[in-house]
Ligand binder design. Structure first.
Ligand SMILES: [Zn+2]
Length: 108
């Protein structure tokens, strides 16, 4: 199996951040674009691809805490620690966003 990490192109990064309105999808924080990161909702190590559906905008803090887990695994871990409604709502939001918005074609 090819486990090589696919690069996230600058265009993909821009498209994902645009879709997510430059807001961390996990905690809702707004950061300067330079401080925001692109996270794989399903980690590459677990078969996640570097495509528009699997990439989300997140802040450094959330990227750090989520680490190498899927959103579901992260959610399950967090549920052991906290009250869960926040993360359930978050998952709904990510799923909706992936469905509703597509990247715009780059103007040449
Ligand atoms: Zn965050």
């Amino acid at each position: 199996m090819d486990t090589k990490r696919e690069p996230v192109t600058p265009y993909m990064r821009m498209a994902v951040m645009g879709r997510d309105e430059h807001v961390c999808v996990y905690c809702g924080t707004t950061e300067e674009e330079s401080k925001l990161q692109i996270d794989h909702a399903i980690p590459v190590s677990k078969g996640g691809r570097s495509n528009f559906e699997n990439l989300v905008t997140c802040c450094q803090h959330c990227n750090y805490w989520k680490g190498n887990r899927t959103v579901e695994e992260w959610d399950a871990d967090e549920q052991k620690l906290h009250d869960r409604s926040l993360f359930t709502a978050l998952l709904e939001r990510i799923k909706k966003r992936s469905k509703n918005k597509k990247p715009r074609k780059k103007k040449s």
